[in-house]
Design a protein around this ligand. Structure first.
Ligand code: SAM
Length: 274
């Protein structure tokens, strides 16, 4: 599969770590998503001696949680920008600046690789998955989480729907985000020969000034100038949605989180979903 060419990459300007409230945005994101991530990882089964790789670790909350689970193993937390990861401390947790698209990864090195809200923003997501599969040990687990846009179209609030669509189209046009890719889960893992694949979806309520409302408010605020360039007709909906996200009794569903997982087949065993 040939990756599309995009004008810029995640973090260069769009969703930049230099934005003055980016850490707050990432912390709100973690508050929305961590409970589901840790539940799924726990149910899949972690062993204390596992060596884990957390890709695009952001504020480091999942990497820190993982380090507490694999007490006889290790966690490597990577990101293109590690400024929010530096304060994370655990004896078995290390941090590395690493671009999952352009930098090499060791082969057959990890028992678990996890990436949340990263691959949908990378046009090269398919070759990245191939690279991550090569980096799994035999029997190793790959868990990918991505935003999924499908709840937005059924919103009963036109301004909210149009603002979310403006986020979707602006991210697609600038950095190549595909928020419909996750609707195909777990196909991207099946296509790379992983076994025991499956997927699930989490749709948190966005409203009541909760963490999801804060996260989307930050995302809309940061993207507003780029939405103004790309779809200026959406600005009234963006401003109305920013107002709604601060109204205590407003609730809606924004993007879902789709999660898929699969295992690198053990050497000598057939790839199967049994
Ligand atoms: C939306 S944030 C998600 C952060 C964290 N995974 C979470 O879910 O809370 C995306 C993260 O991926 C990182 N990222 C973007 N492009 C990357 C790349 N090519 N390689 C590694 N990390 C990348 C960003 O710097 C950012 O920290």
């Amino acid at each position: 599969m040939i990756a599309m060419t995009v004008p810029e990459r995640y973090g260069q300007s769009v969703l930049s770590p230099d934005w003055h409230r980016e850490r707050e945005r990432l912390i709100a994101m973690a508050e929305v998503a961590d409970r589901t991530t840790t539940r799924v990882l726990h149910e899949l089964g972690l062993c204390p001696d596992w060596h884990c790789l957390e890709i695009g670790a952001g504020a480091g909350t999942v990497a820190t949680w993982l380090a507490g689970q694999v007490t006889d193993g290790s966690v490597l937390a990577t990101d293109i920008d590690t400024r929010w990861l530096e304060p994370t401390t655990a004896p078995n947790l290390s941090v590395s600046q690493h671009d999952v698209v352009f930098d090499p990864l060791p082969e057959s090195a990890f028992d678990l690789i996890h990436a949340r809200f990263v691959l949908e923003h990378l046009p090269e997501r398919d070759t990245v998955i191939a690279k991550l599969c090569r980096s799994l040990r035999p029997g190793g687990l790959l868990v990918i989480e991505s935003i999924a846009s499908f709840p937005v179209d059924s919103s009963a609030t036109p301004a909210f729907r149009d603002a979310m669509r403006a986020i979707e189209s602006t991210l697609a046009a600038t950095i190549g985000t595909d928020s419909a890719w996750s609707r195909t889960f777990p196909a991207p893992l099946q296509q790379h020969g992983l076994a025991q694949v499956s997927a699930s979806v989490h749709i948190p309520a966005t409203g009541g000034r909760n963490a999801s409302a804060q996260c989307w408010s930050h995302t809309l605020t940061q993207l507003r100038p780029r939405i103004a360039d790309h779809t200026p007709e959406a600005l009234p909906a963006v401003d109305e949605t920013l107002r709604l996200l601060d109204v205590p009794d407003f609730f809606d569903f924004a993007f879902a989180t789709a999660i898929c997982w699969g295992r690198n087949p053990e050497l000598g065993s057939p790839a199967s979903n049994d």
